[in-house]
Design a protein around this ligand. Structure first.
Ligand code: NA7
Length: 533
């Protein structure tokens, strides 16, 4: 089957649906989304692991599209995956998304040739399109370490993003490997149901209190009345969240004021301690340590067993506070006050093998379990973009281009790949933001770029190398200033063996990023892009 369209989007999550709305409904283009899954939702379609939940608050973790938010109620401030999946069904009905989706189809190659992209899927479809938009998010390529014997395990074992809907763990012995946001959420569910829970932790998660709240009809109405205003406020903050970052530096506080302010932010919950401590939280090691110490003190108070306390919230930071993504927890630390919930330190004793009945660590211990959740994360962003068979005009794969490090203009375009746009990807503020708010901005940028191309008669556009180098220099300057390199995480690619280590995302905040994009499409257009008429 072969079809010809104006634009092909890959992925029916927040980015893909925003783009479909902007290009199909606002520019009247002929657009389709191709998705490997069987339904809309992107991340929220795939990640059905126990306890999966968003950690950006309602109502701003959603589409800023009036007909969508005016007709939807959130039941909690931090909705669970099931509610997000239902929300995506609502979005689908309201915006007529599915009629323009090609589901159960995985893109295996995409190449630009003269004036069009040729996109092929694993089930034999070929689509030609002028614009190609891989909107696959950062967490679509799972990472599973290559443990010996993993296929021999006789119980239930899955990676979190392939978790089947129902696995009953009541009365069973369970293992959770990994304590990122995913692992923390699974532990909170399973520790309450399983007979014994083994948490394999390599690095403690510096989790912050979520302070989950149910939303009653009066609060929902009030929230709806404020939604437009909340979204515009989010656009002005660095992280796209409805709370402000700090306008102070660490040095502006006396030690007493600092302690009081940090404790207050911890008590307010959410990402406030991360986003709002002081402007130089991730630039100033001394100030960062003070924030860590407040976090550790507050967390240690919640853990009874001294050995578990030292593993989960050590006196010395495992890495600078916030240099790795903290997750939001509800009662994570309290779970370890049960004698049946164990923390296994895989930093001291790595996993060496999975056997038919459990997990063996380097100290020779065999942890016998019935169910294993692999919560070891993702080869973020470049993993999926680099393995989709996207080739430049000379047939060279994007993965090959990025083998020694990523290179883009504004995280949105790559030289040699004309008319390809990469929303919610590398070298952009992606994971340092509330996704939907940031994605709305990038979707508008892509729409405006295509509109400009149409009005100026431009057939193809790609960034100039000089513009790419300039953006790269800005990325490197920010990277050198910040403490991100002191943590091994997916922010830098250090979580994947052999992946180049570099700060993959732009830590300059949404407003500054927006100015750079505004300049590129405005007064600096000629110096930023090379156009083919
Ligand atoms: P993350 O945040 O990458 O967490 C993965 C976890 O798995 C982390 O604790 C890792 O330890 C651990 N890990 C990875 N490899 C191993 C091995 N070999 N042995 C033991 N432990 C290991 O992934 P998530 O799925 O939790 O979250 C991804 C993002 O999705 C999240 O931040 C949200 O934005 C949504 P480490 O910390 O590297 O020592």
């Amino acid at each position: 089957m072969e079809m010809e369209l104006d634009a092909v989007i890959v992925g029916a999550g927040f980015s893909g649906i925003y783009l479909l709305h902007r290009l199909r409904d606002q520019l009247n283009l002929n657009v389709k989304i191709i998705d490997a899954g069987s339904d809309v939702g992107g991340t929220w379609h795939w990640n059905k692991y126990p306890g999966a939940r968003v950690d950006c608050p309602a109502p701003v973790y959603s589409f800023n599209i009036e007909e969508v938010w005016k007709t939807w109620n959130w039941s909690e401030v931090y909705p669970a995956q099931q509610e997000l999946q239902a929300y995506f069904q609502h979005v689908d009905r309201t915006l007529s998304v599915s009629k323009d989706c090609i589901f159960n189809s995985r893109v295996v190659s995409a190449q630009f040739d003269a004036s069009k992209w040729t996109i092929k899927t694993d089930n034999g479809q070929t689509v030609l399109a002028k614009y190609f938009i891989p909107a696959v998010g950062f967490a679509s390529q799972q990472y599973v370490p290559s443990w010996k014997g993993i296929d021999s395990f006789r119980g239930t074992i899955h990676h979190s993003c392939q978790w089947p809907e129902e696995v009953d763990v009541r009365g069973k012995r369970v293992a959770i490997i990994g304590t990122g946001s995913t692992g923390v959420q699974i532990v909170q569910e399973w520790a309450k149901e399983a007979s014994e829970t083994f948490v394999f932790q390599r690095t403690p998660n510096l989790c912050l209190p979520m302070h989950q709240k149910k939303l009653d009809p009066i609060t929902q109405d009030k929230m709806r009345a404020e939604t437009a205003e909340l979204f515009s406020r989010c656009w002005e903050t660095a992280g796209g969240l409805p709370y402000e970052g700090s306008s102070k530096l660490f040095a502006d506080y006396s030690p007493e004021e600092c302690d009081k302010a940090l404790n207050q932010l911890y008590d307010e919950g959410g990402f406030r301690l991360w986003a709002g401590a002081y402007m130089d939280l991730l630039l100033n090691p001394e100030g960062n340590r003070v924030a860590y110490d407040v976090w550790a003190k507050r967390t240690r108070e919640r853990i009874n067993d001294p050995m578990k306390r030292d593993l989960l919230a050590p006196l010395n930071p495992p890495h600078p506070f916030g240099a790795k993504r903290p997750s939001l927890e509800q009662d994570y630390f309290e779970q370890f006050n049960s004698p049946n919930v164990h923390v296994i330190d895989t930093n001291a004793h790595p996993i060496v093998e999975v056997t038919s009945c459990g997990i063996v660590t380097a100290d020779g211990n065999i942890h016998e379990v019935d169910v294993i959740a692999i919560a070891t994360g993702f080869d973020a962003s470049t993993g999926s973009l680099g393995s989709m068979g996207i080739c430049d005009i000379d047939g060279v794969d994007l993965g090959k281009h990025w083998r020694k490090g990523v290179s883009t203009f504004l995280g949105l375009m790559v030289p040699g790949f004309p008319n390809m746009f990469l929303p919610y990807s590398v070298q952009a503020p992606t994971p340092f933001t509330n996704g939907p708010v940031f994605i709305e901005f990038q979707a508008n940028f892509i729409r405006d770029m295509i509109k400009k191309m149409q009005s100026d008669g431009i057939q193809a556009v790609e960034p100039h190398s000089a513009a790419v180098q300039d953006w790269q220099a800005q990325m490197e300057t920010i990277s050198k200033m910040t403490l991100f390199s002191k943590a091994k995480s997916w922010y830098t690619g250090a979580n994947i063996p052999g992946k180049p280590v570099e700060l993959l995302y732009y830590y300059g905040g949404i407003p500054r990023y927006r100015d750079a994009c505004g300049d590129a499409i405005g007064r600096k257009f000629q110096e930023s892009f090379s156009c083919h008429i």
